[in-house]
Design a protein around this ligand. Structure first.
Ligand SMILES: [Zn+2]
Length: 71
């Protein structure tokens, strides 16, 4: 079974590009069983939405080295 670390990595990756079918299936499967990662996924989604609508909001002290490659 996928570990939480891997699940978190996929969530983060998902903000940058679309996941492959295999990746998103694995992630969904993990989320269906792991409440902690579900909460985490919700926060990722929220951050992503906020980031889109308000691009000026600084992303959690991530603001040092330019705009691209934020992860
Ligand atoms: Zn998990």
């Amino acid at each position: 079974m996928m570990m939480c670390r891997e699940a978190t990595r996929l969530m983060s990756l998902k903000q940058d590009r679309a996941l492959t079918f295999r990746e998103s299936t694995a992630l969904r499967f993990h989320l269906s069983m792991c409440g902690a990662c579900r909460t985490c996924a919700r926060q990722f989604d929220l951050l992503h939405k906020i980031g889109r609508h308000h691009p000026d909001i600084p992303r959690a002290s991530n603001d040092k080295g330019g705009r691209h490659g934020s992860h």
